[in-house]
Design a protein around this ligand. Structure first.
Ligand code: ATP
Ligand code: MG
Length: 574
């Protein structure tokens, strides 16, 4: 492959693009890899398409290596299968829906579990057809609330999605393990430093769903690790260890006048200055904060929910959404419409709304909290005695230093990452709703169990750029770089001719070559562009051409050395 910059559709930018929010996005725009084409949609320019295709090829290779068979579904799908599973409604506003000319409902698929399940139903009949791994590489569509950072969060993006079908739980576990290993290999090959985190807190257990997070400060996911054991989880999946409460006598609930204390800080200050209950050591952690949220249920009316968290913690809306999924929540602020909800003085005792509490609000714990009257709070409000939550909810923020839920000794540390892959043991959720059965070895019907596994291929381009750049530009890992060598003709006609000849020789040697054969530009501009574009090996045909030398530069280490022109191919292919 020979790419000539003199004819290539490429325009590097010197200025910072105003639309860029994160370094990777800025550099991909400036170096001419992508361009914004639509809200949440990007055009892959020639350089970008090469990188995207490299990543895709690697993902495809590793999927085939575990026995995956590639298929390709339409992205434009009818509503019916998604109605059967409930996802037409559950996806909510994220789903792109449209009507055809006859008025029939269609969607642009956000992911394809339904279609793969139905395909397997149509095309298999007996246990001999299993196990199966099917995958595709395809554009997905999601009307994201906040498209962001170019290719990192688009409304149209490229995904490699795979689905496994097995007849036993052990088979599913094996398919899951195969995908996990394949994903580790893929991310290693494309140069993404990542952590595998548990994505699920529920009864299904840690291994049923895991995310691959590329560590990056600009990542939208926050995840925890343990200082002592190997626990790692998305904060959305962190389970709060329930405190062991010793049984003891509590004072009776006492209501106090606490004027002008609608915030936790003002409340703690007053509690100490007035020595409520004879104490002057009140802290925010002794208070119970009750937060009213509006819950938006897909396809149903909104409802109000009150969440109780220790006053030293905020409600984390991402954790809350994960806990309420497929419903979502927003902060309620229309207190004028609900005089029964006394803003700033809300307590769980006698509350007429659904009330869910943080696990730290365990039975037997006593709290300083609102008295449901303006300017009044109550002490010794005891969970299980003065109020009984309708349940617990994991919605309080997770903080560095929190106790590890998996071991007794460790504390949690917090980092940020970009979700680049997700593996998920779905089980029989889809085969149950479609009633998919095949003939078992014993002649009886057996219901296949499914796994679903996704990689964000277009997002991966952004994630790699985020992890591999410096102030001068991109620094592609070799496996995904748009070319193996960037040859620069740093001079007039002699250099241009020699660079062209060298590029041809390198191509003949099996390398993919980008040659800067633009005749009107200074060497300085070409060097700056080469650093921006970020191919590791740069060959400069310049000043020492007359002596028969070229210079080989390493963009990653900044090493430079002069090599006889006749040796360049051997050095670079050796
Ligand atoms: P996120 O939490 O970032 O929205 P998700 O949980 O919705 O991701 P999945 O449904 O598991 O993602 O999709 C599989 C993979 O597709 C993700 O791991 C991610 O790499 C990629 N992906 C998801 N949404 C987007 C998007 N809007 N733009 C680019 N890639 C995406
Ligand atoms: Mg999403």
């Amino acid at each position: 492959m020979l790419l000539r910059m003199s004819t290539m559709l490429l325009k590097t930018l010197r200025e910072e693009p105003a639309e860029a929010e994160v370094p990777s996005h800025r550099l991909l725009l400036r170096a001419g890899y992508v361009r914004r084409a639509a809200p949440g949609g990007h055009t892959w320019l020639p350089l970008g398409k090469l990188v995207l295709d490299r990543i895709t090829a690697i993902a495809r290779e590793e999927m085939i290596a575990i026995g995956g068979q590639e298929v390709s579904f339409p992205a434009l799908l009818p509503r019916e299968p998604y109605d059967v599973t409930g996802r037409w409604a559950d996806y909510g506003d994220d789903l792109f829906t449209l009507k055809d000319r006859r008025g029939a409902d269609f969607l642009l698929a956000p992911t394809h579990e339904e279609m793969f399940a139905l395909l397997v139903q149509e095309m298999t009949s007996s246990y001999r057809d299993f196990p199966l791994i099917l995958f595709q590489v395809q554009s997905k569509f999601r009307d994201e609330a906040r498209p962001r950072a170019g290719v990192l969060r688009g409304r149209e993006f490229l995904m490699k999605d795979a689905y496994s079908f097995d007849l036993s739980d052990a088979g599913l576990a094996a398919a899951y393990a195969q995908h996990r290993t394949a994903y580790q290999r893929i991310f290693e090959r494309i140069g993404l430093t990542h952590t595998i985190v548990s994505a699920m807190s529920g009864a299904m257990g840690g291994s049923a769903s895991e995310e691959f997070l590329a560590t990056a400060d600009v990542g939208e996911d926050t995840f925890v690790g343990c200082t002592t054991c190997d626990y790692a989880a998305n904060t959305e999946a962190v389970v709060t260890p329930v405190p062991v409460i010793k049984e003891r006598e509590h004072h009776p609930l006492t209501v106090h006048d606490t004027p002008g204390t609608p915030t936790i800080t003002s409340l703690v200050e007053l509690a100490n200055s007035q020595a409520l209950d004879g104490r002057t050591d009140w802290t925010a952690a002794d208070t119970l904060k009750n937060v009213v949220v509006t819950v938006h249920h897909p396809g149903r009316e909104d409802s109000l929910l009150v969440i109780g968290v220790p006053g030293d913690r905020e409600v984390d809306l991402k954790r809350l959404d994960a806990a309420l999924s497929p419903a979502t929540a927003t902060m309620f602020d229309d207190f004028a419409a609900r005089p029964d909800l006394v803003k700033g003085y809300l307590g769980p005792q006698g509350l007429a709304l659904r009330y869910l509490a943080d696990p730290r609000v365990a039975p037997g714990t006593a709290w300083l909290t609102g008295a449901n009257e303006p300017g009044r709070h109550a002490t010794s409000v005891v969970a299980g005695r003065d109020f009984t939550p309708d349940g617990t909810i994991e919605a309080a923020e997770v903080r560095a230093g929190d106790a590890c839920p998996a071991c007794d000794a460790g504390e949690l540390t917090i980092r940020r990452g970009i979700e680049i892959g997700h593996i998920f043991q779905l089980g029989r959720r889809y085969t149950d709703v479609f009633g998919i059965d095949v003939l078992g070895a014993d002649g009886k019907p057996v219901r296949p169990t499914m796994g679903s596994y996704g990689i964000g291929l277009s997002r991966a381009v952004g994630a790699i750029a985020e992890q591999h750049h410096d102030e001068r530009g991109l620094l592609w890992p070799d496996e995904v770089a748009p070319a193996d060598v960037h040859v620069i003709a740093a001079g007039k006609q002699g250099q241009l001719d020699a660079a062209g000849a060298l590029a041809a020789e390198l191509v003949a040697g099996g390398l993919r070559v980008l040659v800067d054969d633009r005749s009107q530009l200074s060497a300085g501009v070409k060097f700056t562009d080469a650093e921006l574009i970020g191919i590791r090996r740069i060959v400069v045909v310049g000043r020492r051409l007359s002596e028969g030398y070229a210079e080989i530069r390493d963009r990653h280490t900044d090493e430079r050395r002069d090599v006889p022109l006749t040796d360049v191919v051997r050095v670079l292919t050796g």
